[in-house]
Design a protein around this ligand. Structure first.
Ligand code: ADP
Ligand code: ZN
Length: 220
């Protein structure tokens, strides 16, 4: 099953991707995570992406397509994958179609997490990530047991460089202008499924579970 998890920054794509990975045994392919890994490893493409990401802009399509193509070719993606944060432009969606056709695959369903911009800003400002293992927290909605410390590995929690208020505003306008048109793109081919992203985490999981069960019957 090949799924796209779609939605604005802060909609909870990362949180729900973990649920899908745990329950459906398919890997999460997050372009944001892949780019942050490239920055950490000081790869040339990471260095190129860093300043764009910190300002909340979009990394060029060809750079993103390169990392996605490489990732989807890995053996753990054979029986399916959940794309998180990709595609983000119509050009990326077209390039993805071409890539999947070449691989004899296609997207089975697009789960769109919908949430108001006002709630997004609140959510993102409370977001923290473990600097060692990458586990996500929220100071109000999903706090660690000890403030600033990861429950899973004891690493220190930090705020992402692009979670400053100015960068968040920029990411939201980039989303409205360049990414949200993809909803119509996928709706028109009949594979868009809308979920209320402001609901409780467990309720959203339930909705996504129902959607994916239906999708599994159509595309085993
Ligand atoms: P969020 O969804 O919260 O904005 P991500 O981790 O998905 O966080 O993305 C962080 C940043 O990485 C984006 O603001 C952008 O700069 C870059 N990025 C991630 N995915 C893409 C993509 N598909 N195309 C272009 N840039 C991307
Ligand atoms: Zn950790």
């Amino acid at each position: 099953m090949n799924v796209i998890l779609f939605g604005p920054p802060g909609a909870g794509k990362g949180t729900q991707a973990v649920f899908i990975v745990d329950n459906y045994g398919i890997p999460q392919v997050s372009t944001g995570d892949l780019l942050r890994a490239a920055i950490k490893e000081q790869l040339p493409l990471g260095l190129k992406a860093k300043s764009i990401m910190d300002a909340g802009g979009l990394v060029p399509d060809d750079v993103v397509m390169g990392i996605v193509e490489e990732r989807l070719a890995q053996s753990d993606c054979t029986s399916g994958f959940v794309l998180d944060g990709f595609p983000r432009t119509i050009a990326q969606a077209d390039a993805l179609n071409q890539l999947l056709t070449k691989m004899g695959k296609r997207i089975d369903c697009v789960v769109s997490l919908e949430i108001a911009n006002s709630e997004i800003v609140q959510r993102i400002s409370g977001r923290r990530t473990c600097s060692a293992c990458g586990k996500g927290y929220h100071i109000r909605n999903a706090p660690p047991q000890r403030e600033g410390v990861c429950d899973a590995c004891g690493g220190s929690l930090r705020q992402r460089d692009d979670d400053s208020e100015a960068a968040v505003q920029n990411r939201l306008s980039v989303y409205d202008e360049q990414t949200s048109p993809l909803k119509e793109y996928y709706r028109s081919i009949g594979i868009l499924k809308v979920v209320d992203g402001s609901a409780a985490i467990l309720d959203i999981q339930k909705q996504i579970g129902d959607i994916l069960e239906g999708c599994k019957c159509d595309h085993p």
